[in-house]
Design a protein around this ligand. Sequence first.
Ligand code: TZP
Ligand code: ICP
Ligand code: MG
Length: 219
Amino acid sequence: MEYNTLKLQLKVYFIMGSLNCRAEPELVLEQALKGGATLFQYREKGEGCLSPDQKNALALSLQKICGKNHVPFIINDDIDLMISLNADGLHIGQEDGDLNQIRSSIPDKILGVSVHNVEEAEDALRAGADYLGVGPIFDTSTKMDTRDVMGFSVLKELRAAGITAPIVGIGGISEENAFEVIEAGADGVSVISAISQHVNPEKAASGLLERVEKGLESK
Ligand SMILES: Cc1ncsc1CCOP(=O)(O)O
Ligand SMILES: C=C1C=NC(C)=NC1=N
Ligand SMILES: [Mg+2]
């Protein structure tokens, strides 16, 4: 996909699964999109997450909500689910399979890859990644097995290495620090709890979008 289009879609990249939500997932997503979330990833992971059948049903329901709001629907990790739903894309980590093989199996889909340094970033881009997820930027309690918290350093290193590809920061991001994440070099922010745990997901999403837009203007 064209870099600039994707960079615009990465501005407020909401990610969630049933375990992350305070309220009913469909309602949380509706509100997040109403508030201006620009991209959505369904990530059903963690202790006690849904069974395959329940996961498929929720994925279909969330996909419909994204379709109604003209926001791309991305699946985390599960390429079979992505293909069966004909979702808009897939996000994978460093340990989720051979990137070249995955890229060639879904040539026309959005493919995002989690990276933690310049080497992983260059490998991912060579293999055809459309965007990079970089983090954890700050401490997070949402994912227990993250790599070391990296602050802004890796974002700055990637840009200093001449990487111009779409990059989204992730990990402990909120309205308070989103501006700095963009200033450090990200094109957008990926958040789970800042929206999914907020009493008003619509307000959370719009606040994040406002900070991201300000950060983009300042660059
Ligand atoms: C999936 C993932 N990858 C790195 S940190 C993280 C969790 C982000 O969750 P939150 O936005 O609630 O910190
Ligand atoms: C781990 C992740 C990193 N980045 C993004 C965008 N999604 C993820 N699931
Ligand atoms: Mg993964």
